[in-house]
Design a protein around this ligand. Structure first.
Ligand code: UDP
Ligand code: MG
Length: 328
């Protein structure tokens, strides 16, 4: 499929590009972000809209978004969540509100340069369904990069979703991919992986990456871990298979050990030494058992969350044209 994505069948009022940005306590960055986005997108000579989703910020972010909207009422829209629902939920809300044929996601902290958007869109127009960016010169500390490296390795093996850089949210998608994503109502998900499921042709291009100039990362190690456990259990049953195989191996080892002890009893006679070794082995088994139970619990918890079917996010107010945001 190499059809060009052209704004032919789009009514003139509808934007061609929708840029979607989650915002959580980013007051230091919003002014510059708005300015650089508008400048870049103006330069593309395509109808566009920018959707900023305030993920329950407690600082002046919403005030600044309101100002941005007032400065550029034609192109800047804003949604405000009732409380913090998470980066991916914010992007989901943005996807539902977006009207463009091409959608671009971006972080608000200016670590992903908005100036890369034209390159992503150009690549998409070569006939790809999704274009992901990977951070060529990632400007994060080693404490952030090393876990990411491990996560990238584990994730691509475990989930079978091959992405060069899972954490990079500077990505462009065709409308069709987002339409499919909008039909998924799972309560926690990982957008780049989900998009891959619905894309036939995926391209990845290197993109610039800047150090976070202002503000703090909104991800603690725990929150990052949570996101990745969600990703892993949401896209794969591999962890449960692994524990199963491990269980079988340990049981076999246990049988072998039992046989060994039995033979010693026959040939060496009764002995009590080594009772602490047995304790150590027992602890390993108990630990593994608990781990396995927790893992099953993780999947059960996931099912429970889905079955409850609570709304994934609640929107307090919107600025700019309303779009139906009924099913979330
Ligand atoms: N973010 C969000 N909700 C959250 C956490 C983060 O909307 O609960 C937004 C944040 O404002 C930023 C993007 O998600 O636009 C990425 O967050 P951050 O830069 O803190 O992550 P990092 O770059 O450290 O991975
Ligand atoms: Mg960041």
């Amino acid at each position: 499929m190499t059809t060009q994505v052209m704004p032919l069948n789009v009514p003139s009022s509808a934007p061609y590009i929708s840029v979607i940005i989650p915002v959580f306590n980013e007051e230091e960055n919003l002014e510059e972000l708005g300015e650089r986005l508008v400048r870049t997108l103006d330069g593309m000579n395509r109808a566009y809209e920018i959707i900023l989703v305030d993920d329950g910020s407690s600082d002046r972010s919403w005030e600044l978004l309101t100002q941005l909207h007032q400065q550029h009422p034609q192109v800047i829209r804003a949604l405000q969540f009732h409380r913090n629902f998470g980066q991916h939920q914010a992007i989901f809300a943005g996807f539902q509100a977006a009207r463009g044929q091409v959608m671009v996601t971006l972080d608000a902290d200016l670590q992903n340069p908005p100036e890369e958007i034209p390159r992503l869109v150009a690549k998409l127009e070569e006939g790809f369904d999704t274009v992901g960016g990977w951070r060529e010169n990632r400007q994060d500390s080693i404490f952030r990069k090393f876990p990411s490296f491990l996560i990238n390795q584990v994730m691509s093996r475990v989930t079978g979703v091959k992405l060069r850089d899972y954490g990079c949210m500077l990505r462009a998608y065709r409308r069709e991919v987002i339409d499919s994503i909008n039909q998924c109502h799972e309560s926690s998900s990982f957008i780049p992986a989900l998009a891959n499921l619905f894309s036939r042709k995926v391209a990845e291009i290197p993109v610039g990456h800047a150090e976070r100039g202002r503000g703090q990362s909104k991800y603690s190690l725990l929150k990052l871990l949570r996101l990745n456990v969600d990703f892993m259990t949401g896209f794969s049953n591999f962890p449960i298979h692994l524990v199963g195989v491990l269980g079988i191996c340990i049981a076999l080892l246990g049988v072998a050990f039992g046989a060994f002890l039995f033979l010693r009893r026959l040939f060496v006679g009764p002995e009590v030494e080594g009772v602490f070794t047995l304790f150590a082995i027992l602890f390993v088994f108990v630990g593994l058992n608990t781990f396995a139970l927790a893992l099953v619990g993780e999947y059960v918890g996931r099912i429970y969350r889905e079955v409850r079917g609570r709304p994934r996010f609640v929107i307090r107010q919107t600025l700019g044209p309303e779009t139906s945001l009924t099913k979330n």
